[in-house]
Design a protein. Structure first.
Length: 157
């Protein structure tokens, strides 16, 4: 995992001005803002943030995973039941105060997860388009946006 914090502190390193310029106002209040998948990848690689994949275990297994992402389910399949251990699992995976990039399938669930992470003391961002992006005219994902569509690193297990 690429750490966005120093071992002595949970405070994230200062974002350079060009990275700060990549942040869009959040679609809803209560989290740090929205960033594109390309910016999220750049932040992860630079060590400015930790990517947290909040999709279900079924999605990680059958759709794919982002290398070096921390996997913490927001909702579990089947039924998309909220994960009652989300807070504890997130806090165990990264230090409170860390800068987080929240990834889901299309950038919707990750807004709620970013809001919750912010309430827990993290600096949390939503990744626009998510892993698979929105549905296209034929009802398929991965054709019009998302992590995979943009050719960013991922793997299937």
């Amino acid at each position: 995992m690429t750490e966005a914090t120093t071992p002595e502190s949970a405070a994230p390193r200062q974002l350079p001005a060009h990275a700060q310029a990549q942040v869009r106002p959040g679609a809803q209040p209560g989290y740090a803002g929205d960033i594109t998948v390309q910016a999220a990848y750049a932040w992860q690689q630079a060590g400015w943030a930790v990517l947290v994949d909040i999709r279900s275990a079924a999605e990680w297994t059958f759709v794919g995973q982002v290398p070096q992402a921390i996997a913490v389910e927001w909702k579990s399949w089947p039924g998309m039941v909220p994960n009652p251990e989300f807070d504890a699992q997130l806090q165990a995976a990264v230090p409170v105060g860390a800068r987080l990039l929240m990834l889901c399938r299309s950038g919707v669930r990750s807004i709620a997860a970013a809001q919750r992470a912010t309430a827990l003391g993290f600096e949390a961002y939503n990744i626009l388009e998510g892993f698979e992006g929105d549905l296209d005219a034929q009802g398929h994902r991965g054709k019009t946006g998302g992590w995979r569509h943009h050719g960013l690193p991922w793997r299937q297990t």
